[in-house]
Design a protein around this ligand. Sequence first.
Ligand code: ACO
Length: 333
Amino acid sequence: MNLLEQIKENAKKYNKRIVLPEGTEERTLKAADILIGEGIAQIILIGNPAEIKALAEKFDLKNIGKATIIDPANHEKKEAYADLLVELRKSKGMTKEQAMKLVLDPLYLATLMIKSGDADGEVAGAKNATGDVLRPALQIVKTLPGMSVVSGAFLLLTNKPEYGENGLIVCADCAVLPNPTAEELAQIAVATAGTARAIAKIEPRVAMLSFSTKGSAKNELVDKVVKATELAKQMAPDVMIDGEMQADAALVASVGASKAPGSPVAGKANVLIFPSLEVGNISYKLVQRIAGIEAVGPVLQGMAAPINDLSRGCSVSDIVNLVAITVNQAAAK
Ligand code: ACO
């Protein structure tokens, strides 16, 4: 059984409630039908019930009848959610009038459902941009205690057993924070180690990547990674973390042995931490497109509840996979 099949099998045991705010989007509805049929999650769809019913009939989706459908326009907890939103955002000047408008927005409604305990996780982004999915989540659900940063990890299924953990590499941040400070980079490393344990079920060996290995280059960008490495080690003394190191020193045993002798991580890293979003986002897309490596994610980490963002180019199976991952995150929480 490969990792994704294992993640789906695990999800079936947890029976979590996942809200899909883009309930009238074709791929989302088709994924919901599969998710319900396979028992991967209880599905909550946000959207006009008549429209969802008509689409389910059009695409012959027999399981959609078992989904809970929330109509934003006629929702019994609309007022309560608006009050919660005012409470959470009053320091930012949120008024009841503004909140009553925002609860009609499926992306805000979904995060308010999670905050109220009416759903365990959310997957969206098949038709909304990353920023629009993340903003309500960051404003309402916010970060885990002790964390101030949300970031996005990818699972790279390389099919090359000589790299990472039998071919599996977890890497971040590829999705959220454009230019992290050393403190934020340290948090990203610790959160990614957590994702490696909770989702990939591997013991993390974390490499803090740079264009320098153990002082081979001097630059303020290198200094940031050195500082982040120290901070990450202090934050998570039980996790193997080392750096700064180049990607080849992290991944290739012979290079690791020559550039970073004695390192517990060099040459066998299974978690890679990129120094900035530019590097992370470009790197994962290059290996995905040029090397044909399957990249699963972004898995958002550091958020107080699991909320994950799809690419607008996603397929039905991408949505199924990300919901299964979200269920596993909800269970790990
Ligand atoms: N972690 C935790 N909280 C955050 C983060 C973060 N990384 N970023 C913003 N916030 C919080 C802020 O503190 C703020 O909270 P507050 O309102 O309670 O004070 C709230 O979120 C909104 O912050 P803004 O800075 O106003 O948020 P903005 O909407 O401008 O930006 C966003 C946030 C959308 C995440 C932005 O950083 C962004 O666009 N990042 C890049 C996303 C992207 O395009 N990724 C690449 C594509 S994804 C892919 O290819 C897989």
